[in-house]
Design a protein around this ligand. Structure first.
Ligand SMILES: [Zn+2]
Length: 118
């Protein structure tokens, strides 16, 4: 496996996500400064903030996964499923270089999440 190839992809994604989360944090700060008197505007503003917050949450989670993957690279366990220890499919790593799970275990997790979500 070409670790350097994946390391470059991960570092690039890490930079993107860090820049994006900084931008969202700036926007959240700026929207927080604005005075809102009208109750209808207030609702809209709260919804917009919630959407921003959600977007920031998804990006922060992905950033954590990217950083975990870089740590596993450092430890020499990158490319192995953290659940079953089998090698993760190369095509899957190519598409999602920070994934900690093989296809089967990711599927199990997605199914479990779908059930939990109702
Ligand atoms: Zn697995």
């Amino acid at each position: 496996m070409d670790i350097e190839h994946f390391r470059r992809k991960l570092v690039e994604r890490q930079k993107e996500l860090t820049a994006s989360s900084n931008r969202l944090a700036d926007e959240a700060r700026q929207s927080g400064v604005a005075e809102v008197e009208d109750p209808i505007d207030q609702v809209t503003s709260t919804e917009a903030k919630a959407a921003d917050f959600q977007e920031a949450g998804i990006e922060r989670q992905e950033l954590e996964e990217v950083e975990d993957a870089l740590r596993r690279m450092h430890e020499g366990t990158y490319g192995k499923c953290i659940d079953c220890g089998r090698p993760i499919e190369p095509g899957r790593l190519e598409a999602v270089p920070w994934t900690p799970y093989c296809f089967d275990d990711q599927k199990k997790r997605d199914e479990a999440n779908a059930k939990a979500g109702g």
